[in-house]
Design a protein around this ligand. Structure first.
Ligand SMILES: Cc1cc2nc3c(=O)[nH]c(=O)nc-3n(C[C@H](O)[C@H](O)[C@H](O)COP(=O)(O)OP(=O)(O)OC[C@H]3O[C@@H](n4cnc5c(N)ncnc54)[C@H](O)[C@@H]3O)c2cc1C
Ligand code: SF4
Length: 575
C-alpha cells in the first residue's frame, strides 16, 4: 500500500458491485491498490431481507417512491429488463444458475479473433466457479420432479439435468440449516449455513446459504482494505487537471441514491476507474457523460449490440396440488425439449405471490390484437366451463405454492440498440430508448410443453399477461452495449476491457459481452472480469499508463497474465 499516491483519495474507483465490480474490487485490492466501490443499492443481510414479495418496499427498487429493495424492472418498447441493485449487484436476487456457454460463442461477435479465447478462458471459468462455489444441485423439489415427468412424457426425459448452482447445500441425506465455519476458502471466508430448500433465492437468501458476492469476492475486497460506499450513485466521471485522456487521474462525483431531498453530493479523486454498473447501468452512465462533455471520446459504438436471450415465461398452476411446489432451490433443474429450446423449472418462495398478478390463462398465436382477442376468448370459455377453478387460478394468493414457472430460452441472436433520446411521452429529459427488431414473445414448442405439463397434473397452463397484451418479452439476461471490439469503430473496449479514448479506464460487467451466450451470463461475466483484472500489474509495478491498443483480427494480443496459484503477473506481449 506504500505505493498509494496521496494526492488521490483512491487508486481505483469501481462503479457498481455486481459480478464484474466484485471481481475487480477483490483482484485490485489483492494487488495492493487502494480501492473504493460506489454502489447505488443497499447492503442486505439475512436480517433485513423481505420475507415475501408483498414487502414491496424491501423488494422493489424505486427510491423516489420510497421503494428501496434490490430488484428492478425497466420497461422499454422492445423488452422489459429485470436486474438487481444492491451491494452484491444482481447476486442478491439472482437464481444462482451458473453455466459456461458453448465454445462456439468465442467465434461469433466482435470479440472473435481478438484473443485465443478457447485456450485462455477455461482457467478463468475454473477460478470463477471456485470463487462462486459452483456445484451440481442436490435439492430437487416437487417442481423438478414434475419437470422430469413432463419431459419424459414428451420424449425428452433423457435431457433432464440438475442445474449447476452457487449454493452451500448440505451433504446428501442431511437436513439444511446447519451453520459451520467457512467451507469454501480454507477458513478465510465467512461462516455459512446450509440450504434449507425454501425456494427463496430470488427474494434474497435469509439463511446465508446462497453464495452471494458479499460472501466471497466483496468479502475479500473489504478484508484487503477496499471500502464499499452503499446507497451511493455515481453521477459524473471526468478527467482531472484538463488532461483529456485521463492520464492525470479522474474526478468521480456521487449523490446519495436513496435520499429524496438532501442528496449529499460528494467528490472523490482516483487514478483509474472501473465501470461495473451492469449492461444497462454502464450504458446509461456513459451516454450521460459523453453527452455532457465529461467523457466525450467514448466510442460511438456505445449502445450497439445489446442482446437479450430469446426468452418466454410460461408455466402451470395446480390448485389443490398436495405438495408445496415452492420447495427446492429457485432454479433446480432443466430440460432441452428440442435442439434449440431449453426450459428451466423456476419457483418463488411460499407467500411470494405478487408475480401471480401477471399470470393468466395460456394463449397461443402470433402477437398482436388477434392474440389479445384469443386470450379474452380463452378466459371467457374457461370461466364458463370451470368458473370456480378459473377464478381460483387467476387470483394471486397461494400462487407460489401451486405454480411452476417454466423459463424457456432459445439461443437466437436477438439484438437491439439503445440510444440516448427524449421519448415522445416525456420530452423533458433524455433516457435510454430501445430501437431495432422486436424479439419474439411466442415460442410455440414451449407453449405445447406447458400444455403437456399441465395435462400431467390436471392443472392450468399459464402465460405472462404483458407478453400477450403488449408483445414485450421480459429478460433477466440483458448483455452488451459496450462490447469488446478491435477498435473504437467496432467496440467500446478492447479485449482487455480498456476503454477506447482513455487511460486507466476499464469496463467489467455484462455490457462487454459481444455474442449471444445462450445460457445465463453471470459465470461468463465473472470469468471475463477475472481475465481483465489479470492484466493489471501489481500496485508497486504500475506506470499508470494503461491504454487500449487497436488490434486486428488474426493478430491478437496474447494473454501474458495468467493466474498461477493466485500469483497474478502481467506482461504485454504483442504477436
Ligand atoms: C430475478 C433474477 C434472476 C437471475 N438469475 C440468474 C441466474 O440464475 N444466473 C445468471 O447467470 N444470471 C441471473 N440473473 C442475471 C444476473 O443477475 C446478471 O446477469 C448479473 O448480475 C450482471 O452482472 P453485472 O456485473 O453486469 O452487473 P450487476 O450484477 O447488475 O451489478 C451492477 C450494479 O451496479 C449498480 N449501479 C448501477 N448504476 C450505478 C451508478 N450510477 N452508481 C453506482 N452503482 C450503480 C447497480 O445497483 C448494481 O448493483 C438474474 C437476474 C435477475 C433479475
Ligand atoms: S433455497 Fe432458500 S436457503 Fe437455499 S439458497 Fe435459496 S433462499 Fe437460501
Amino acid at each position: 500500500m506504500a505505493t498509494h499516491d496521496r494526492r488521490f483519495d483512491f487508486d481505483f474507483i469501481v462503479i457498481g458491485s455486481g459480478f464484474g465490480g466484485s471481481v475487480s474490487a477483490h483482484r485490485l485490492t489483492e494487488k495492493g491498490y487502494k480501492v473504493a466501490v460506489m454502489e447505488m443499492g443497499r447492503r442486505w443481510t439475512p436480517s433485513n431481507l423481505p420475507h415475501t414479495s408483498w414487502s414491496l418496499h424491501r423488494w422493489f427498487w424505486r427510491p423516489r417512491l420510497g421503494l428501496r429493495g434490490f430488484f428492478n424492472m425497466r420497461f422499454f418498447r422492445h423488452v422489459t429488463i429485470f436486474h438487481g441493485c444492491a451491494v452484491g449487484g444482481g447476486s442478491i436476487t439472482y437464481a444462482t444458475t451458473l453455466l459456461a456457454p458453448p465454445e462456439k460463442v468465442w467465434q461469433a461477435g466482435s470479440w472473435s479473433g481478438l484473443a485465443d479465447w478457447k485456450v485462455e478462458m477455461p482457467q478463468y471459468y475454473t477460478t470463477a466457479s471456485r470463487m462462486l462455489g459452483v456445484s451440481e444441485n442436490r435439492i430437487l423439489g416437487p417442481a423438478d420432479h414434475l419437470l422430469r415427468r413432463a419431459a419424459q412424457a414428451s420424449g425428452s426425459g433423457h435431457t433432464f439435468y440438475a442445474t449447476n448452482a452457487g449454493i452451500f447445500e448440505p451433504p446428501e441425506g442431511q437436513p439444511g440449516g446447519q451453520t459451520c465455519p467457512d467451507p469454501f476458502f480454507g477458513g478465510e471466508g465467512p461462516a455459512r449455513t446450509t440450504c434449507v430448500g425454501c425456494g427463496g433465492c430470488m427474494m434474497g437468501c435469509r439463511f446465508g446459504a446462497k453464495n452471494t458476492l458479499d460472501l466471497n469476492y466483496l468479502y475479500f475486497a473489504e478484508k484487503h482494505g477496499g471500502v464499499i460506499f452503499p446507497e451511493t450513485k455515481v453521477v459524473d466521471v471526468r478527467p482531472l487537471g484538463g488532461v483529456n485522456d485521463g492520464s492525470a487521474g479522474y474526478e468521480v462525483r456521487t449523490v446519495k441514491s436513496t435520499a429524496r431531498i438532501f442528496r449529499h453530493p460528494q467528490r472523490f479523486t482516483c487514478r483509474g476507474v472501473v465501470f461495473s454498473a451492469s449492461s444497462l447501468g454502464t450504458m446509461e452512465l456513459l451516454f450521460h457523460l459523453k453527452e455532457k462533455g465529461s467523457l466525450p471520446d467514448i466510442s460511438r459504438r456505445l449502445g450497439k449490440h445489446v442482446r437479450t436471450n430469446s426468452e418466454s415465461l410460461i408455466g402451470a398452476r395446480m390448485p389443490g396440488w398436495p405438495e408445496d411446489l415452492s420447495q427446492g432451490i429457485a432454479i433446480g433443474s432443466g430440460v432441452y425439449i428440442d435442439e434449440h429450446t431449453h426450459i428451466e423449472a423456476v419457483r418463488y418462495p411460499r407467500g411470494s405471490d405478487t408475480m401471480g398478478l401477471l399470470t393468466t390463462i395460456l394463449t397461443n398465436g402470433q402477437p398482436g390484437l388477434r392474440r389479445v382477442g384469443l386470450w379474452l376468448w380463452n378466459v371467457a370459455v374457461s370461466l364458463v366451463r370451470h368458473p370456480w377453478r378459473t377464478v381460483r387460478v387467476l387470483q394471486p394468493w397461494g400462487w407460489a405454492r401451486e405454480f411452476v414457472i417454466l423459463l424457456c430460452m432459445q439461443p437466437l441472436d436477438g439484438q437491439i440498440q439503445m440510444r440516448w433520446q427524449r421519448p415522445w411521452f416525456w420530452p423533458f429529459r433524455k433516457f435510454l430508448v430501445s430501437h431495432g427488431r422486436k424479439v419474439p414473445t411466442y415460442i410455440r414448442r414451449a407453449n405445447q410443453f406447458a400444455e403437456q405439463f399441465a395435462a400431467l397434473t390436471g392443472g392450468f397452463p399459464m402465460s405472462m399477461l404483458p407478453e400477450i397484451l403488449f408483445d414485450v418479452p421480459g429478460t433477466a439476461h440483458c448483455i452488451g452495449g459496450c462490447v469488446i471490439g478491435d477498435s473504437p469503430d467496432h467496440g467500446v473496449v478492447d479485449h482487455r476491457h480498456r476503454v477506447y479514448g482513455y487511460k486507466n479506464m476499464y469496463i467489467c460487467d455484462g455490457s462487454v459481452v459481444a455474442a449471444n451466450l445462450g445460457v445465463n451470463p453471470s459465470l461468463t461475466i465473472t470469468a471475463l472480469s477475472e481475465r481483465a483484472m489479470s492484466f493489471i500489474p501489481r500496485a508497486a509495478e504500475t506506470a499508470w499508463n494503461d491504454a487500449p491498443s487497436p488490434t486486428t483480427h488474426g493478430h491478437a494480443e496474447t494473454a501474458g497474465a495468467v493466474e498461477r496459484g493466485g500469483n497474478h503477473r502481467s506482461s504485454r506481449v504483442l504477436s
